[in-house]
Design a protein around this ligand. Structure first.
Ligand code: DGL
Length: 282
């Protein structure tokens, strides 16, 4: 199939986390069409082996390619760390991944120590360790692996007492007085920003890498003449197809709820038109 601007952009995550990236994509490029694939059946990826993360990511990418996408957004830090190079090698469409926003956090004025919350996989992989080795002050970066956190967010969308207890225990490991920023190095964590701030205090900034990814998607589409350039009247209507591998209706409903809440937080005024929600079981 020849790539053309009318094809949708494929966005993929191990579950509902990448919905936070989808919201930013829609805000910036509302006239595009999107297919979102949440591999909730196989979540979490972050406690799996490299081999497993690669196999799962390639399988989802193949499924999205079969649905006819013009670009792939790997809206998952874990899948990006494990599989982005392989995906770029086998796919002949633009492929954009995530990067924990360590650089913007370090470059903030009066920066103290930077803590990075991410999956155990992301923090131990070469990609992240190469990234932080660029800064001489790498010892100012504190790794905060969060095993089990993705599962809590997949189950409740970031609501409930279990989450509060998890975060309270997590932050007991660090001296919050010496931390100036916390990098959210997993796309699921964007949904629990408010609760993290409530626990750590508003003097610590939370930084995520979503805008870097969204800007890169727009740049690559523009460079390949694949960007939709249609104006809209009054408010945009964005077409979204939700796919989830769990076979559970509540994951599709949670995905829509999180998308709509996030778009509201971003001040977006358009309408989402859902088409052909679907379960793909493996
Ligand atoms: N949203 C994924 C990420 O950004 C979560 C990975 C997982 O399933 O553990 O890393």
């Amino acid at each position: 199939m020849t790539n053309n601007e009318n094809m949708p952009i494929g966005v993929f995550d191990s579950g509902v986390g990448g919905i936070s990236v989808l919201a930013d994509l829609i805000k910036q490029m509302p006239m595009e069409k999107y297919i979102y694939f949440g591999d909730s059946k196989n979540a979490p990826y972050g406690t799996r082996s490299l081999e497993e993360v690669r196999t799962l990511s390639i399988r989802v990418a193949d499924s999205l390619i079969a649905d006819g996408i013009k670009a792939l957004v790997v809206a998952c830090n874990t899948a990006t760390s494990g599989a982005i190079a392989e995906l770029r090698e086998v796919l002949d469409i633009p492929v954009v991944g995530m990067e924990p926003a360590v650089k913007p956090a370090i470059e903030r004025p009066h920066a103290g120590k930077v803590a990075v919350m991410a999956t155990p996989f992301t923090l131990r992989e070469k990609k992240f360790n190469t990234l932080i080795s660029k800064w001489a002050e790498a010892n100012e970066i504190i790794k905060l692996p969060c095993p089990g956190l993705v599962e809590i967010i997949e189950a409740y969308g970031g609501r409930g007492q279990e989450l509060r207890e998890y975060l309270a225990t997590l932050f007991q490991q660090v001296n919050l007085n010496e931390i100036s920023s916390i990098v959210l190095g997993c796309t699921h964590y964007i949904f629990i920003k408010a609760l993290i701030t409530e626990i750590v205090g508003s003097s610590i900034s939370l930084v995520d890498g979503n805008s870097g990814t969204v800007n890169q998607v727009q740049r690559l589409l523009r460079a390949d003449n694949l960007l939709v350039n249609k104006p809209y009247e009054v408010a945009p209507i964005t077409e979204v197809r939700m796919i989830n591998s769990s076979g559970r209706e509540e994951l599709i409903s949670l995905s829509k709820l999180l998308l709509e809440e996030r778009l509201k937080e971003l001040g977006w005024i358009g309408i989402i038109k859902y088409i052909d929600d679907c379960h793909k079981m493996y």
